[in-house]
Ligand binder design. Structure first.
Ligand code: PEP
Ligand code: MN
Length: 404
């Protein structure tokens, strides 16, 4: 494994300055000294990913940005300690690989595969307290989903458990890759949300146009819809990284903001350095996306345009389940492809919440999941995922759109 030198000097100062900016969605650790100890322990742990793997992904993403490949990213909304079993993880990897195979064979483009895995343990939430008045569940890296005040208290030692879980998961991913078709690589990604975790494994990378920090916690990291503030810590942190970066853009994103994200994250114009992940909702994508694509394209940056057709289409079913309908997911995807075809840009990828387990969390598909089926196997810790059949069905539709 290539090793980079530890963080010091100018970059250490820039990191501290970035982390002093306002950071949304962070837990308040009850005992800050224990949190500092946990970060220190994490920084001594083995990294999850190797920098040469991350560099290879960056080269493959450059090809996606140039229109020569397609990016498939997917997995659980939230990984959990309880569900970090080999059976679950293998099923998710198999589903991702199956979707990729459909895309490769039917669309005729190379597919870059990135799992939402090996670190996807922290969740942004819309409310700070739940319906019962308890602090919200922020992912297994922070607190427990169980509904008691003690379980919901943020516990910094959970970051260590998450990291150990991620290391185990990465071992499984490497083994899965070795067992797959020759050269079949699967990279790992998570939302760079919990900054005490994200800051813990950074090395100085001088291989690019300017010295940056290589995160050892995942190959690809993204900034979520709730933490993309231009004056916030998450964006300032991501600017310092050499890993490829995604940024979710919801329906309130302006073309000016999108250009500013790209300018900040990709000052040297490296194709594929930035992935703009649009999650507009099926009813908005055809109106909101075009001016964004036009303005970013005019800025000259070669970003990857990726469609997340999940997060803008979440609603509550009549029987009280947070769900998504495949029809609306397909409609957002269709709108995304229409916009890019019309503007002459490359619809570069998709970002989906999927599992290989036979869950009933999203509606529709064939055989169709109906509202009355939702309680049967509704297992997600956070957002509803496509099951394997729904996921592969979606891949066939997307392959047609890519190939068209
Ligand atoms: C997610 O990807 O699980 C998520 C929370 O997405 P977004 O930031 O787009 O809402
Ligand atoms: Mn989600």
């Amino acid at each position: 494994m290539t090793r980079f030198p530890p963080l010091d000097g100018l970059l250490a100062g820039r990191l501290e300055a970035a982390l002093r900016k306002p950071a949304a969605q962070q837990p308040v650790w009850p005992d800050p000294r224990r949190a500092r100890d946990a970060v220190a322990a994490l920084s001594r742990a083995e990294p999850i990913v190797a920098p040469d793997e991350t560099a290879r992904l960056a080269r493959q993403l450059a090809a996606v940005a140039r229109g020569e490949a397609f990016l498939l990213q997917g997995g659980d909304c939230a990984e959990t300690f309880a569900d970090s079993t080999e059976a679950h993880q293998r099923a998710n990897l198999r589903t991702l690989a199956h979707m990729a195979a459909v895309l490769v064979h039917r669309a005729g483009l190379p597919v870059v595969k990135i799992a939402r895995m090996a670190g996807q343990y922290a969740k942004p939430r819309s409310q700070a307290v739940d319906a019962g008045g308890l602090p919200v569940y922020r992912g297994d890296m922070v607190n427990s989903v169980e509904s008691t005040p003690a379980a919901r208290a943020p516990d910094p030692d959970r970051m260590l458990r998450a990291h150990a879980g991620a290391a185990g998961t990465m071992g499984l991913v490497r083994e899965f890759r070795r067992g797959g078709p020759a050269g079949s690589e699967i990279y790992v990604s998570h939302e760079a949300l919990l900054l005490d975790y994200e800051r813990s494994q950074l090395w100085v990378d001088t291989s690019g146009p300017e010295p940056r920090l290589s995160s050892g916690l995942g190959h690809f990291l993204w900034i979520g819809e709730r933490t993309r503030q231009l004056d916030g810590a998450h964006l300032a942190f991501a600017e310092l990284l050499s890993n490829p970066i995604g940024i979710k853009i919801g329906p309130a994103t302006t073309p000016e903001q999108a250009v500013e994200y790209v300018r900040r994250l990709d000052p040297h114009g490296e194709p594929g350095r930035v992935t703009l992940v649009s999650r507009m909702g099926h009813a908005r994508v055809r109106d909101v996306l075009p001016p964004i694509v036009e303005k970013v394209t005019a800025s000259g940056c070669q970003v990857i345009w990726q469609c997340d057709p999940m997060h803008g289409n979440t609603y509550m079913s009549a029987n009280g389940y947070k769900t998504r309908h495949l029809r609306q997911i397909v409609d957002e995807m269709t709108g995304f492809f229409e916009v890019h075809r019309r503007l002459g840009t490359h619809p570069g990828g998709i970002h989906v919440e999927v599992t290989g387990d036979d869950v009933t969390e999203c509606l529709g598909g064939a055989p169709a999941v109906a509202e009355k089926d939702l309680p049967v196997r509704y297992e997600t810790a956070c957002d509803p995922r496509l099951n394997a059949q729904q996921a592969v069905g979606l891949a066939f539709l997307v392959a047609e759109m890519v190939g068209a």
